[in-house]
Design a protein around this ligand. Structure first.
Ligand SMILES: Nc1ncnc2c1ncn2[C@@H]1O[C@H](COP(=O)(O)OP(=O)(O)O)[C@@H](O)[C@H]1O
Ligand SMILES: [Mg+2]
Length: 287
């Protein structure tokens, strides 16, 4: 049993800069996506997705390959058109990419010819932010991810974990309302992955932004999510939802091992693994 428990008054106690902005809200209503299939017909990639995020919500999407996780993130990011339904950010229909949505990919997509800080400030430069402001912002975000000492290192000289921290700082640089992350830790070794999970929770708690995060790891999903959605394929849909507070417990005690060895954490891990395995069997039976 994890001894650390969230004080119920913690959110009310949070400093003003940690409190949610009043207007921010991401709403997804009855979202469906069909792709044209090679050789004719169509793939029903997403069906009737309903999801709602407020500041401080950390939604994690979990599920087997092909259940539509990346398609969902791409629709929220504005990278692709959906077939029906609606995505609203602060009441406005999402029609394309925007600075209020920061994206972190598994492959961090950094520019190797720029140093660390120039990568972080790149988006600000593209939007015409003046040199002094964008440098100050980038250095501030590098401090948040623990990389201020590496601001002038070439990208190729820093480790994969540090590169992913640069990806996080770059996404944070434009101060987005929503952070969108598609398996950002999938390529990292186990120890680095756990360190960056903790960093992500700290960033989440510090900024109170909305997070939408995709992973294949049940343990990672349980640790990070305030709402975990388990998706199943053909068509991609949300089969189960869990409201969780393990991430908040970590913020309270800063002891990830204690949280992850909590009996409730282990029980839910086994339950969700069972759900995913059952859906994989059902899929095979239907094939
Ligand atoms: N560009 C595309 N054209 C046709 N089918 C696609 C395309 N992208 C994804 N799909 C199909 O849509 C479904 C969902 O894919 P995806 O969103 O990538 O799932 P996940 O990220 O959960 O693995 C899969 O069946 C996949 O093959
Ligand atoms: Mg994917």
């Amino acid at each position: 049993m994890c001894r650390c428990r969230m004080r119920p008054d913690r959110v009310a106690d949070a400093p003003v800069h940690n409190r949610p902005a009043l207007m921010s809200k991401l709403e997804i209503h009855q979202l469906s996506v069909h792709y044209a299939a090679t050789g004719g017909g169509s793939v029903h990639a997403l069906s009737d997705i309903d999801l709602s995020l407020d500041p401080g919500d950390f939604v994690v999407a979990l599920g087997a390959s092909g259940c539509g996780k990346t398609t969902l993130l791409s629709c929220i990011a504005g990278f692709m058109q959906y077939s029906s339904g609606q995505i609203l950010l602060d009441g406005e229909v999402v029609t394309g990419p925007g600075a209020e949505r920061g994206v972190v990919f598994q492959k961090h997509a950094l520019m190797p010819w720029l140093d660390v800080v120039a990568n972080v400030e790149f988006g600000l430069r593209m939007r015409g932010v003046d040199r002094a402001t964008r440098r100050a912002t980038a250095l501030d975000k590098l401090r948040l991810v623990g990389l201020e000492k590496f601001a002038h290192s070439p990208i190729y000289q820093i480790s994969g974990g540090m590169q992913q921290r640069v990806g996080l700082a770059r996404a944070l640089a434009s101060d987005p309302e929503v952070m969108l992350m598609d398996e950002p830790l999938g390529a990292l070794d186990a120890l680095t992955r756990e360190q960056i999970q903790e960093l992500i929770l700290e960033l989440w708690w510090e900024t109170r932004k909305m997070f939408f995060f995709i992973t294949h790891s049940v343990e990672e999903a349980l640790f990070l999510a305030t709402e975990l959605i388990v998706m199943t394929p053909s068509p991609g849909r949300i089969a189960h939802r869990y409201q969780l507070e393990f991430g908040r417990r970590f913020i309270e005690c800063r002891d990830a091992r204690a949280v992850k060895s909590d009996s409730e954490f282990i029980r839910l891990r086994e339950e969700i693994l069972g759900v995913i395995q059952q859906s994989a069997h059902d899929e095979l039976d239907a094939a």
